[in-house]
Every structure is written in structure tokens, then in C-alpha cells.
Ligand binder design. Structure first.
Ligand SMILES: [Fe+2]
Length: 273
């Protein structure tokens, strides 16, 4: 049977890639250490497949076709289209079609109705953290793209339910595969709106403390009422909520929180216990 061997989260501000050479050395060192620690843990867990929870930054979908959630069930996926990610490898990105299909079937049997794709293009949302982690052994990827750009979006309550469904789907997968969940995005940030560049440190710290305490009710209250005013990028915390649901509400190790106005994002890195 498959085993869920780790659940992780990391921010993915695009300037962490595009402007890397311009960032202060101390910031580069700290960001590099946070991604590196996640990479070390994923390597130590001998992960075969990562279920990657990420937003789609208008890469695959737009207003004419915008699923709330889409599971990638293909044998491979395309690498990032952004020029600043042109060195990303491997591209195409290896998928895990069998596990993806199993998650999809489990979802439909459990009254969840995701969209599906046999080939997604994975943008910086998922690929930036993966590249910065410098994984020695690149795992297969089952991408799950969640609409976090254009309301209405999945409720946080539903995100926790998605996490529980993912955990059950992985636990019932009959092949001996070591699976990790990687949630990317958040915390507070604004992109392309008047508050662009603003970081809500108070919200970020309350968010991390509430995740660490683990109770779902206070998290739903905080996120439903607080995330929208922490910048449009804070909608990406939905991925953290899915991961938290998969962890059964356990606490996490906060690897780092980096208030980084240089990249416009309150950057956070965590591994669930
Ligand atoms: Fe993003």
C-alpha cells in the first residue's frame, strides 16, 4: 500500500527566481536554507511521488474555463512557461498517472467533482519551490491546481475536506509508493493591485500560530474572515489548508517565516509532524 511519508508547505514568490541575483545575500541565504531544509526532508523521506497543491497563475486556465480544482492525471506535464524558470529541469515533468487516476476516482466516489487534465503546464507555483529544493532524485508529480485567483473559490472548510480525501486516497492506493504532499503559495501578498508589495506580518504570524495549534474551527474563522484582506495572493493559503486537512490537524514544524518585501511575499516554510 502507498504511504504518506511527509506533508510540506513553501511559498513561491516569482521574484525569488526572477530577481535572485539582485537579492541581498542574507535574504538569499535564508531563503536557500528554508527550501534546502524542505529538500533535505523530502530526500530523507525517499519520496517517490509528490502530490503538488498549487494555484494556476493563468497558465492553463482563464475566465472562459476556470475549474475550482483540477487533478493532473497524465504520464507527464509541461514545465514552466516563465522565462525566469527556463532552466527548470526535468521538463517535461514526470507525472504519476496511476496515482492521479486513483485520487480522481476516490474523489468522485466521495462526492467531490474535480476537473481533470492529462497534461498540465506547471508554472512557477509548483516548479519554483521544487527547483530551489535541489532534489537529488526528482519525484513524479501529481499536480492539483486550485483556483485561487478569481472568486468565487473553494471555501476553507471544503479545503480541509479535500485534504482528508487526499489522505484517504493515498492510504487506499494499492501500490507501494512513498507519497508526499507539497502545498505552495501564500502567505500574505498583493500582486497587481494597489497594495502590491504590502505584507501583513500580523496576519501571517496569527495564521502560522493557528495552523501550529491545529484546530480546524479557529483556522476556518481566521482564513474565511482574514485572508481576503491580506492581499490577493493570500488566497493561496487554501493549499496550506488542504495539506493541514491531509495531516489530520496535526501541528507542524515552522522551518522559517521570512518577511521579505524584496520579493513582495510573507514567505513561510513548514513540515507537518
Ligand atoms: Fe502565486
Amino acid at each position: 500500500m502507498a504511504e504518506l511519508v511527509g506533508i510540506y508547505a513553501a511559498s513561491h514568490g516569482p521574484l525569488i527566481a526572477r530577481d535572485w541575483d539582485k537579492l541581498p545575500d542574507a535574504l538569499k541565504q535564508r531563503l536557500g536554507a528554508a527550501y534546502g531544509e524542505l529538500g533535505r526532508r523530502i530526500g530523507a523521506a525517499r519520496v517517490d511521488t509528490i502530490v503538488g497543491l498549487a494555484p494556476d497563475h493563468w497558465t492553463n486556465f482563464f475566465l472562459d474555463n476556470l475549474p475550482a480544482l483540477c487533478i493532473g492525471i497524465g504520464e507527464s506535464h509541461d514545465g514552466p512557461p516563465e522565462l525566469f524558470m527556463r532552466d527548470f529541469a526535468p521538463s517535461p515533468v514526470p507525472g504519476d498517472a496511476v496515482l492521479g487516476q486513483h485520487i480522481l476516482e476516490t474523489a468522485l466516489a466521495g462526492d467531490f467533482e474535480p476537473a481533470l487534465s492529462y497534461r498540465l503546464r506547471l508554472d512557477h507555483g509548483l516548479c519554483l519551490p521544487l527547483s530551489r529544493m535541489a532534489l537529488r532524485q526528482f519525484p513524479r508529480i501529481v499536480p492539483i491546481l486550485i483556483n485561487e485567483l478569481e472568486p468565487p473559490m473553494l471555501s476553507y472548510r471544503r479545503c480541509f475536506a479535500w485534504g482528508r480525501l487526499l489522505r484517504d486516497a493515498i492510504a487506499s492506493f494499492p501500490e507501494a509508493v512513498r507519497v508526499a504532499i507539497l502545498a505552495t503559495g501564500g502567505l500574505s501578498h498583493s500582486i497587481g493591485e494597489p497594495a502590491m508589495g504590502a505584507i501583513d506580518e500580523d496576519f501571517d504570524r496569527r495564521c502560522l500560530e493557528t495552523f501550529a495549534r491545529g484546530e480546524e474551527g479557529p483556522l476556518v474563522d481566521l482564513l474565511e474572515h482574514g485572508a481576503a484582506s491580506a492581499g490577493n495572493g493570500a488566497h493561496e493559503i487554501r493549499n496550506w489548508a488542504v495539506a493541514h486537512g491531509a495531516a489530520g490537524g496535526r501541528s507542524f514544524d515552522l522551518i522559517d517565516y521570512i518577511l521579505a518585501p524584496e520579493v513582495y511575499v510573507g514567505c513561510a516554510y513548514a513540515a507537518w509532524r
